[in-house]
Design a protein around this ligand. Structure first.
Ligand SMILES: Cc1ncc(C[n+]2csc(CCOP(=O)(O)OP(=O)(O)O)c2C)c(N)n1
Ligand SMILES: [Mg+2]
Length: 324
């Protein structure tokens, strides 16, 4: 699937939107505008945007706690995410979910999950629903390299294979599980070969190339829609930032970071646009448009109200309502 100029331009704007959102989230956190934590994927944008491009309207995504990119790529607005981050009533989940649990039933974003690999069985569930109802819908579930050592990963991979479920297992291999290098935690060189143990195709892709990711995801989706079952995709990527705020990244070298940044997905996409005839002034105008959108969304979210305390149990289980 080679991307059209329009798709490339949209991908460029979307990756800029995601990175700009996360840079602002980092700053809002540092300035104590919200508490808890936030897990950013600065540098990993091409995986989310490529995945969205390879899928159709109506396909579901089940992200991890590092899920801002997927929420935005699936069409959730930057305002609804800023407001959610800041715990505001206007947030995507009325300020109850925060950074790690953003979701939208309408747009097919299953709220993020902070339990490593817990989203994989959930994705098997949504895929089973689609299969039983004869729907065309595919679920893509996202997880990290570290998640591939969790029991839930193996159970979900096996079940999805045995039942030919329309699910895509998308592993963001950013080389680290928190501070642990994946090479110290897994004996095989490529995680994608693990797929063969379950009887499903496994493919490794350059996660810094939005087109390459779109390509493998669209092939996996076609396979899933044809009733041929799941695919495991290992997207090689890198988070430029720490695992979470306060992580000084002293478990990796500055040289390694520079090496990955030299292959930045946004810069690569911009180079493709320029090679295809866009002028630097035109790409600058796209950047400016996204900046302005993000600035306005952030300011509006900061000015929007917190939830009314009397609505504290909204969205909570019924038993909590009654036992209050
Ligand atoms: C079941 C479980 N065990 C441990 C943790 C603590 N924890 C949070 S993130 C993380 C690292 C996961 O690494 P990886 O799967 O590679 O994803 P990444 O954070 O790199 O995106 C761990 C161990 C957790 N949240 N859930
Ligand atoms: Mg990782």
């Amino acid at each position: 699937m080679s991307l059209s100029t329009q798709q490339l331009e949209e991908a460029y704007a979307e990756m800029l939107r995601i990175r700009g959102f996360e840079e602002r989230a980092q700053e809002l956190y540092a300035k104590l505008h919200f508490k808890g934590s936030t897990h950013l994927g600065i540098g990993q944008e091409a995986v989310a945007v490529g995945a969205r491009l390879g899928l159709q309207e109506g396909d579901l995504v089940a992200p991890t706690y590092r899920g801002h990119a997927y929420a935005l790529a699936w069409g959730m607005t930057s305002f609804s995410l800023f407001a959610e981050l800041l715990g505001r009533e206007a947030g995507s989940n009325h300020g109850r979910g925060g950074s790690k649990h953003m979701g939208s039933a309408e747009l097919g974003v299953i709220p993020g999950n902070a339990i490593v690999a817990a989203n994989l069985p959930i994705a098997c569930g949504t895929a089973l629903r689609a299969k039983m109802d004869g729907d065309d819908e595919v679920t893509v579930v996202v997880f990290g390299d570290g998640a591939t050592n969790q029991a839930a990963f193996h159970e979900a991979m096996n079940l999805a294979a045995v039942w030919d479920l329309p699910v895509i297992f998308l592993c963001e291999n950013n080389l680290y599980s928190e501070m642990t290098p994946i090479k110290d935690a897994v004996k095989v060189d490529e995680l994608s070969i693990r797929a063969s143990a379950y009887g499903m195709p496994g493919v490794r892709v350059d996660g810094m190339s939005v087109g390459a990711v779109a390509d493998v995801v669209s092939q996996a989706a076609a396979r899933a829609r044809a009733g041929q079952g799941p695919t495991f995709i290992e997207a090689m990527t890198y988070r430029y930032c720490g695992h979470m705020p306060g992580d000084m990244c002293d478990y990796r070298t500055r040289e390694e970071e520079a090496e990955w940044k030299s292959r930045d997905a946004i810069e690569a996409c911009e180079a493709l646009l320029v090679a295809g005839g866009k002028t630097p002034a035109e790409t600058a105008a796209i950047r400016e448009r996204v900046e302005q959108e993000l600035n306005a969304a952030e300011a509006e979210a900061l000015a929007s109200p917190l939830p009314d305390p009397s609505t504290i149990s909204r969205g909570a289980a019924a038993w909590m309502e009654t036992s209050r």
